[in-house]
Design a protein around this ligand. Structure first.
Ligand SMILES: Nc1nc2c(ncn2[C@@H]2O[C@H](COP(=O)(O)OP(=O)(O)OP(=O)(O)O)[C@@H](O)[C@H]2O)c(=O)[nH]1
Ligand SMILES: [Mg+2]
Length: 190
C-alpha cells in the first residue's frame, strides 16, 4: 500500500558572484542571521545549509507530500568579469555538488555590477543542460534609481530569457516576492 505521507527534500541553492549579497538574502528570507555577511569578498567558503520548513505539497488531500525545504548558501564562484575562481580544491568540488543536486537555483545578480558574462554562461548551462528551474534576483536594488533599474531589468531579462525580481537585503524590498516565487515553483514541480 502507498504511504499516506511521502517525504522529500527540496533544495534551494543561492549562486552568484562574491559580494552580491547571497548570504544577506538568505538572512532576509529566514528573518535571522543564518550566514555571515561582510563587505569583504569570499566570506562564505563552505556551503551553509539551513532547514527552512516542512511544507505540505501536492493536490491530493489523502496523499499529501511532505517536503522539507533546505536553503544552501554558497560562496561566490567568480569575482568579476574575468573567470577568476574564488574557490579551489575540495571547497569548489563541494560547491559544484550542491549546485548539481539542487531542485531550485536562485541566481543573485549584484545590482551595482550588473550581469556577469561568467554567470550568464552558468545560467544557460544550468537551465538547458541540467534542466534546473532558476529564479533571477537583482539584489541591492536600494542602490539603483528607477532608470538604472529599468535598463538593467531589460538587459538581464533579454540575456537570460527569464523574469527577474528586484530585492534588497537592506530595505527588504522584494523579499516577499522572492518567497512567493520560491513557493510557487515548489507547487508546480512537486
Ligand atoms: N546596499 C545593499 N547592500 C547589500 C545588500 N545585500 C548585501 N549587501 C552588502 O553587500 C556586502 C556583501 O554581502 P554578502 O551577503 O556577504 O555577499 P555574498 O554574496 O554572500 O558574498 P560571498 O560570501 O563573499 O560570496 C555586505 O557588505 C552587505 O552588507 C543589499 O540588498 N543592499
Ligand atoms: Mg556569503
Amino acid at each position: 500500500m502507498e504511504d499516506v505521507y511521502r517525504e522529500e527534500i527540496f533544495k534551494v541553492v543561492m549562486i552568484g558572484p562574491e559580494n552580491s549579497g547571497k548570504s544577506a538574502l538568505i538572512n532576509a528570507i529566514f528573518g535571522k542571521n543564518i550566514s555571515r555577511v561582510s563587505e569583504v569578498g569570499g566570506t562564505t567558503k563552505n556551503p551553509v545549509r539551513k532547514f527552512w520548513g516542512r511544507l505540505k505539497c501536492g493536490r491530493s488531500k489523502r496523499h499529501p507530500k511532505m517536503v522539507d525545504v533546505i536553503f544552501v548558501d554558497l560562496g561566490g564562484l567568480f569575482t568579476g568579469e574575468k573567470r577568476s575562481p574564488v574557490m579551489v580544491g575540495k571547497v569548489l568540488e563541494r560547491t559544484y555538488r550542491e549546485i548539481e543536486d539542487a531542485n531550485l537555483i536562485i541566481h543573485v545578480i549584484d545590482g551595482e555590477k550588473g550581469l556577469l558574462k561568467s554567470f550568464e554562461k552558468i545560467h544557460h548551462s544550468l537551465k538547458f543542460r541540467y534542466q534546473k528551474p532558476i529564479i533571477v534576483v537583482i539584489n541591492k536594488c536600494d542602490l539603483l534609481d528607477s532608470r538604472s533599474r529599468e535598463e538593467l531589468k531589460r538587459y538581464v531579462e533579454d540575456r537570460l530569457n527569464n523574469r527577474c525580481i528586484f530585492t534588497s537585503a537592506v530595505t527588504y524590498e522584494g523579499i516577499s516576492d522572492l518567497i512567493d516565487a520560491i513557493t510557487n515553483i515548489l507547487k508546480t514541480i512537486i
